[in-house]
Design a protein around this ligand. Structure first.
Ligand code: MLT
Length: 402
């Protein structure tokens, strides 16, 4: 009667597990002041341009003549058109408003889009990887059993991202039908250069694979030559779906807003993926709230842009403090240049979970164990730049003294 694929899942969702262990530690040591650099959740309040827009939208909802009921399933035109212009057309990418689907966040879309594909397609994921791509496919029965010895599910193509390959995976010799990519990467913080991403697009167009491209962290790109969207690559519209989020660029983790781009040119087996996704959203999703979409629109105003860029810069100062602080203490650390994540090697051969406990106990700092993101994450540890300046500096000082 039940979906037995759920029985294949390992333990609880990674961030639930770290939260559970943190809560247990805090209960046992109520006097310890813990610094949370684990889950990538923002800490700065929403930008004034955003909250002002939300207040205005709330007032509109309270008046009969400006009240809004169900939102359009694809999102309001006012938001989709500003996204299309600002995030795509202004970058020279020919993406139109009717290829954009507004949602309550990239996590849900990453999980839900796999419904458009048959149950027997093969998937490829980076290793380590944001757990949502893999776990949702496990739930859908696209994997075999989990092998505790290798830390892998049967039937999945794992693409190791290691120090040796600069945390950018190799293109598989045989491309599976669905390939998940995330750049700038969660958890390693690595970015991909445009010429490298172009190779993936070319490979997908040759094999007929679809790239599911998570660009949730694009606002953190600081270097030239790093693509902000996969549609900067030639031919991406015939092989790629892109996920975007307002969580990390504008602090909407608790507001919930994201969007997915499904180009009209993307077709398989004679079907338009854009039309399928439209049908799926129409059936299963009743639209993102008007107030939230108005908040999203405000992100693109001149004030909104200025304010959110200041927030991203604030977090990137933290990223530099963590990365440079760790390196100066003798740790191997990368990321934090085009991404809010710093990926460090655990010291003295400790496993990721051993280091989680060690850091919690000796420094009162919470991070995320690399092995929670996949077997190639073993021996690594992730810290986020989303804390305050004060707590970030304090965390690095505590690590220095460990
Ligand atoms: C993370 O810490 O990896 C993120 O917060 C997860 C997410 O955005 O869902």
């Amino acid at each position: 009667m039940i979906n037995h694929n759920y029985e294949k899942l390992q333990g609880s969702y990674l961030f639930s597990e770290t939260a559970r262990r943190t809560a247990a530690f805090q209960q046992a040591h109520p006097d310890r002041n813990l610094i949370k650099l684990g889950i990538g959740d923002v800490t700065l309040p929403l930008a004034p341009a955003v909250t002002e827009a939300m207040h205005r939208a709330v007032d509109e909802m309270g008046r009969a003549e400006t009240f809004h009921g169900y939102a359009p399933e694809q999102g309001y035109e006012f938001l989709r058109s500003v996204i299309a212009k600002h995030d795509y057309q202004d970058r020279g990418c020919d993406i139109s408003a009717d290829e954009i689907f507004v949602s309550d966040g990239a996590k849900c879309d990453c999980g839900n889009t796999q419904e458009m594909f048959s149950g027997d397609v093969h998937i490829a994921v980076c290793d380590p990887v944001y757990p949502v791509y893999l776990d949702t496919n496990v739930m859908a029965g696209r994997t075999g059993e989990y092998d505790g010895a290798t830390g892998r599910y049967a039937g999945v193509t794992y693409m190791p991202c290691t120090l040796e390959n600069g945390f950018v995976p190799q293109i598989p010799e045989k491309m599976p039908e669905l390939v998940y990519l995330c750049f700038p990467n969660n958890p390693t913080g690595a970015a991909i250069r445009k010429e490298e991403l172009q190779k993936w697009v070319d490979a997908a167009n040759r094999s007929g694979s679809i790239l599911l491209y998570d660009a949730a962290y694009e606002a953190y790109i600081t270097e030239e030559g790093i693509p902000h969207t996969i549609y900067e690559c030639d031919g991406a519209k015939t092989c790629a779906i892109e996920f975007r989020s307002f969580s990390k660029n504008a602090g909407f983790t608790g507001v919930r807003l994201g969007f997915t781009v499904v180009p009209k040119e993307l077709k398989r087996d004679g079907a338009s993926l854009r039309d399928m996704w439209f049908r799926r959203q129409g059936t299963k999703y009743n639209g993102t709230p008007y107030i939230v979409q108005k908040a999203g629109e405000a992100v693109y105003t001149p004030d909104g842009q200025k304010q959110i860029k200041e927030q991203v810069a604030y977090y990137m100062e933290n990223a530099a403090v963590i990365r440079e602080g760790l390196i100066s203490c003798g740790y191997q650390a990368c990321g934090g240049v085009n991404s809010p994540y710093i990926w460090m090697k655990t010291p003295s051969g400790m496993t990721s979970w051993e280091f989680f406990d060690y850091l919690l106990d000796h420094a009162g700092v919470i991070g995320t164990p690399g092995s929670g993101f996949g077997p190639s994450g073993e021996g690594y540890f992730r810290l986020t730049a989303f804390g305050s300046h004060e707590s970030t500096k304090e965390a690095v000082e505590r690590i220095r003294k460990m």
